[in-house]
Design a protein around this ligand. Structure first.
Ligand code: PMP
Length: 428
């Protein structure tokens, strides 16, 4: 494969865009550097780069693209938005229709509010929880990413206090100390933290199924216990479903697990590829939000017609019969093929898969928490990533990011992918 054009454009990008990328996860820093491939066109399961190379895409733009690129139904909706004006700064019928659709899909939402990104959605659920409880602290789980607002860019602190440490320059220590961080899937650690900090906690924030150090499901009974202890402490439970909603079934992961939160943050898939976020929850909590209540949140672009129409169209595609069954079947086929290839070439991997999303970890261990994901073999992954890219498969340049299937992937695409995995493993 030739990447000459990608390299030229990236060189120019480095002069004008900080780091050459508009989100750090797009850089190849974590896989040993080099110019990231510059994509020009997407169609169905495929992306095409500026050198004319074709890739089967499993990045799915980090989650939003579940119907494949340029899905005709979503494209039509976006065209309609372009033709009728993309922003009015007034209420529209589209946002009402879309709010109803989302509420029907996720029954724990009595009221919703649209924003522009997952970051905004999570950030605002925290503000609303603080407004409702009159408390300041939040508890989150180590390794879980909830966007780039100050409060959630906090990592596990060292030592027994469990108070957070800033995970980014520019996040004040005074903010980090409002955040308690505990390991995921460890109910004893959670119980200890609740005993110590419970009365000060406004909220416990978690993904119901982790998507950010790979796909990691809660252990049986874990989330139920988290919910019980959270409520006993007088705190609210917030689910960040930015990755998980509409990923595994039509609705939230909360529907799948049967555990409902007080507040939910949404994003990614619900925009059909256009910028979006949303949050919602119980009526009496959401009524704390302006203009009804004292918790302020606003947005010039919030609920814009283009994102609403694109989101409605995306959910309409996902309502079709058999969509999630197909994602599951192709996911199972891919998982089995990768495991066979690993056995053949003696590559130490383990896979976490749920329906059409899976993570290949370069370790023999079953991964259930962040420490395990973090200690998988990054050097081996980096070599695999470069190999498989040259065989026309586009993945995230991260050792524990998920592979996302879309409704556009076919059995033939999966078979071609398995061949590429075999060739890559052979050369590791
Ligand atoms: N929450 C989760 C679980 C996410 O995965 C992400 C993005 N990867 C966010 C929040 C932030 O969303 P956005 O990038 O749209 O701000």
């Amino acid at each position: 494969m030739n990447f000459a054009q990608s390299e030229t454009i990236q060189k120019e990008a480095m002069e004008h865009i900080v780091g050459g990328v508009n989100s750090p996860s797009r850089s190849y820093k974590a896989v040993g550097g080099g110019a990231p491939v510059v994509m020009e066109k997407g169609n169905g399961a495929y992306l095409y780069d500026v050198d004319g190379n074709r890739y089967i895409d499993f990045l799915g733009a980090y989650g939003p693209i579940i119907t494949g690129h340029a899905h005709p139904h979503i494209t039509d909706a976006i065209k309609k938005a372009a033709e009728t004006g993309v922003l009015y700064g007034t209420p529209t019928p589209h946002e009402v229709k879309f709010a109803k659709m989302i509420k029907e899909a996720i029954p724990s939402l009595d009221k919703v509010r649209f924003v522009n990104s997952g970051t905004e959605a999570v950030m605002t659920t925290i503000r609303v929880a603080r407004a409702y409880t009159g408390r300041d602290k939040i508890l989150k789980f180590a390794g879980c990413y909830h966007g780039h607002s100050d409060l959630v860019l906090v990592a596990a602190g060292s030592g027994p206090s469990q108070l957070g440490m800033p995970d980014s320059a520019g996040v004040p220590q005074s903010i980090a100390k409002e955040v308690i961080t505990v390991p995921y899937n460890d109910i004893e650690a959670f119980r200890e933290a609740i005993e110590k900090w419970g009365p000060e906690l406004a909220a416990v924030l978690t993904e119901p199924i982790v998507g950010n150090f790979g796909i990691v499901e809660p252990l049986p009974g874990y989330l139920e216990e988290v919910k019980k202890l959270t409520h006993q402490a007088g705190a609210l439970l917030i689910f960040d479903e930015v990755i998980t909603a509409f990923r595994f079934m039509y609705g939230g992961a909360q529907n799948l697990l049967g555990v409902t939160p007080d507040l939910t943050a949404l994003g990614k898939i619900i925009g059909g590829g256009l910028p979006i976020g949303a949050y919602g929850g119980k009526k009496e909590i959401m009524e704390k939000v302006a203009p009804l209540g004292p918790a302020y949140q606003a947005g010039t672009m919030a609920g814009n017609p283009a994102s609403m129409l694109s989101g409605i169209a995306c959910l309409e595609v996902l309502q079709q019969e058999g969509v999630y069954e197909q994602l599951d079947q192709l996911g199972a086929l891919l998982e089995a093929g990768i495991l066979d290839a690993a056995a053949k070439y003696n590559i130490p991997i383990s896979i976490n898969r749920l329906k059409g999303a899976l993570t290949v970890y370069f370790t023999k261990e079953k991964v259930i928490n962040y420490n395990q994901a973090e200690s998988t073999d990054g050097e081996l992954f980096a070599r695999f990533f470069k190999q498989i890219l040259h065989h026309g498969i586009n993945l995230a340049p991260s050792k524990y990011e998920a592979w996302f299937l879309t409704t556009a992937h076919t059995k033939e695409d999966i078979e071609e992918t398995i061949k590429a995995v075999e060739l890559s493993f052979e050369h590791l």
